[in-house]
Design a protein around this ligand. Sequence first.
Ligand code: SF4
Ligand code: SF4
Length: 492
Amino acid sequence: MRIFPVRGGVHLEYRKELTSEKAIVALPLPKILLIPVQQHMGAPAITMVKVGDSVGKGQVVARGQGLVSAPVHAPTSGKVVEIEYITAPHPSGLPQITIVLEPDGLDQWAQLPDPIADPFAATPAAIRERVAASGIVGMGGATFPSAVKLGLGARNKLDTLLLNGAECEPYLTCDDRLMREHAEEVLDGARIMAHALGTAQIIVAIEGNKPEALASMTKAAAGFANISVATVPVQYPMGAERHLTLAVTGRETPARKLTADVGVVVHNVATAKAVHHAVRFGRPLVSRVVTVSGHAVAEAKNVEVPLGTKVADLLAFCGGLSSPPARVISGGPMMGQPLPSLEVPVVKGTSGILALTAWESNEAPAQPCIRCGNCVNVCPCGLVPVEMAAFVRNEKLENAAQIGLMDCVSCGGCSYICPSHIPLVHYFNYAKGRLNAMDRDRRKRDLVKTLVEARGARLEKQAQARKEAAAAAAAAAAAAQAANPDANRPNP
Ligand code: SF4
Ligand code: SF4
């Protein structure tokens, strides 16, 4: 299959060998599960249980609200012992309402929806409804509700489902293992999603450093004429949606547009497996595979983890920490987030838990820029990070936006390559957050202004209507008086 060149990118030390040969193992049920009601992009789900309730595995404990949201299900059977605010590894970094569940050890399923016997005879809407009801979100880390993405065919002309198995972040091998060990399930989920999207072809894209995954997915795809498996270059951030789309289709996604605007919808391989389970067995998303790695972990592993498991419990299952970590990250080292504590739970978007030593973290004090231009060369979005950073440092956020700040995909390639250790991507994340907040405030102010103006106009119209009604009544009374001058004369 033809692969098209993509701009920029970096070649990293991948360190995947720490876990790539470790088959997925299941974590025994922990003593307590912390289940945040927001594990996805969009509106938080609304709690449906109260303290003291007993729940079955897979029971809805929080329902989605609005167009972009996702329900949350109990990862096992047990009792709700607390509902409180707890810091969760969500991009907002804010405490989330969290349902604290004490497992009863029975791991008993609640009443689940019936399997969809023949998904390819079901309507696309029925598939989307099942995916939405199962709480499935983008499991590559984006956590966007998958059912919403499956509805993009309503406004875009789509022809390709691109199954993302690139897994370009260092250390992470959970997708690699999933493709090696569960290729048929992953591919079945992809075929069901393609049916829901109405796309004729499926492309499975895998970086060339995963030969076993390439072999197992190619074997599983044999016999399906509409599925091709593409080997893409080992080049970070190959797994970014728009870059992967460019690499396998040659189609460039315009800035601030979606790949759907060029006919392609991208889903992660773990998402596809979750869809398979939801449709074929009626099982919602209650667990995921997490890579636990880094040289500060005693035994690096790939673990199937019930959602809500505390990071501390997961690390304990991996033999605990072998040395004090310089950083513990949720996700990969390039785009992941540092964890505020080990007491936070594993959530739907947690692809990895990395405990990194100081030498792995490669942290050093920032030095002045030497104008080497490395950051410009590696930026996959064609931006000039050094100039954007200068604007951000001087609080000239609008200027940074004018030269493309909002097109930055936060891949961290520029920070990685910078010989002066300038934390460029931190500047950009901070600035994008500020600009988004300013934009939200501006829209809120505009809305309030519009509402105030509309209210003023409405009151004015009502006053005018009252005035006109009074004038009409007076005119009618005068006309009646003129027609019958004796009507109001008192009787003698
Ligand atoms: S973090 Fe942003 S600016 Fe830096 S290389 Fe990635 S896309 Fe370019
Ligand atoms: S890579 Fe670092 S030192 Fe080089 S130009 Fe960019 S910001 Fe400056």
